[in-house]
Design a protein around this ligand. Structure first.
Ligand code: DAH
Length: 373
């Protein structure tokens, strides 16, 4: 019997040291010390042994039980600690990492904001906002703006051409009586408009003088680099009446420039060429970074490249030839005159907010857009 108890001691020690986790240790406890374990049964049956065996078997049996209990408690504690350490390591969180930022509600795109700002300024001056088609006839985009077919000025504005037949009958060429109108002069091409200027013609066809309109909208050109994208946005302006002069253009654009770029700005106009204005001008605003001095922080101003001026738009007095295309709508070049201007919305927004690359407006990178919240 004593021999068997010693065997159980050895088996128990071996089983406990073999146990690779807390569950296996528990299994060993049940196997060696549980109610149905052999040692338990031996100790429970001591009373039935011959009297001379009771003392040694009880003593050794209890000693083995205590030893195995001690080994089991120790092994269990060791495995539980290791398992806890593993779990803590696996579930570790770095509380110093930045949290997930809350998603803020959306906001207007910087170009939409700039467009609305421009619209507000001109609406405040009494202009009406008009919109027009992006898919346009050659006639409105070029011919009626005094770019005759074949004129080299057309080459500066190559664009995307559309299969005219795919559009079906042109509603613009059907009169209110349903009869086809005479086909306008010029090539019958249909194209993506290269500027908002065609709306000068459509605006004058729709409304007799005096007319004061601005036309925001998308335009398209075969162009692509840091300051040109194949699609961009313009705002056209047209003011025609009986005695509107270049001085009115200057005053209007001065008001505009001060509203957008600050009350201390000045504007200058330089001679230029556009087919549909005579004289034509380009308009500069005094640089708002260097205050027009061309020097900034003891260096050449990087925004205006040291010139003190930033080009913002093209403009001019409407060419009498253009009125010739809308004569039947009340625009007699001997009676009316006026000015037109056209600006790029992206260019205004880039200058105003210091955006270095035009394409950033269209990348939809929230890190950029968020700054215009
Ligand atoms: N349409 C011209 C362009 O896109 C800009 C322009 C110049 C518009 C002079 C005008 C103007 O109305 O008078 O390059």
């Amino acid at each position: 019997m004593l021999e068997r108890i010693e065997q159980i001691r050895e088996e128990g020690r071996a089983a406990i040291s073999r146990a690779s986790d807390a569950a296996a240790v528990e299994e060993a406890r049940v196997g060696f010390l549980g109610r149905k374990a052999e040692l338990t049964t031996i100790l429970r049956g001591i009373g039935e042994l011959p009297p001379e065996q009771r003392g040694p078997v009880g003593k050794t049996g209890n000693e083995v039980r205590r030893e195995l209990e001690g080994l089991i408690d120790e092994a269990k504690a060791r495995h539980e600690r290791a398992e806890l350490d593993d779990r803590l390591a696996a579930e570790a969180i770095d509380v110093t990492l930045p949290g997930t930022p809350p998603v803020l509600p959306g906001h207007l795109h910087p170009l939409t904001r700039t467009r609305r700002e421009i619209e507000d300024i001109f609406v405040g001056l009494g202009y009406r906002v008009m919109e027009g088609p992006e898919v346009e006839h050659d006639y409105y985009n070029f011919t009626a703006l005094n770019y005759p077919p074949g004129h080299p000025a057309r080459m500066l504005q190559d664009t995307f051409y559309v299969d005219a037949g795919s559009l079906g009958p042109d509603p613009a060429l059907v009169g209110s009586d349903g009869e086809p109108l005479t086909v306008p002069p010029g090539p019958r091409d249909v194209l993506l408009r290269t500027h908002t200027s065609p709306m000068q013609i459509r605006g004058m066809e729709e409304q007799e003088p005096p007319i004061f309109i601005i036309v925001p909208g998308r335009v398209y050109r075969r162009d692509s680099d840091a300051t040109h994208t194949p699609m961009f946005d313009q705002v056209e302006g047209l003011a025609v009446g009986e005695d509107i002069t270049l001085a009115d253009l200057h005053g209007t654009l001065l008001t505009f420039a001060r509203a957008v770029f600050g009350p201390d700005r000045d504007v200058r106009i330089r001679p230029h060429f556009f087919p549909f204005t005579e004289p034509s001008v380009e308009v500069d605003v005094s640089c708002f970074r260097c205050g027009g001095t061309g020097r900034f922080e003891n260096d050449r101003c990087s925004l205006c490249k040291g010139t003190g001026w930033l080009e913002i738009l093209g403009a001019g007095m409407v060419d009498p030839n253009v009125f010739g295309f809308v004569g039947e709508h009340g625009y007699d070049p001997d009676r009316v005159q006026g000015f037109a201007f056209g600006m790029g919305i992206e260019r205004i927004a880039m200058l105003k907010h210091g955006v270095p690359d035009l394409r950033m407006f269209f990348d939809n990178d929230v890190r950029m857009l968020e700054q215009f919240r």
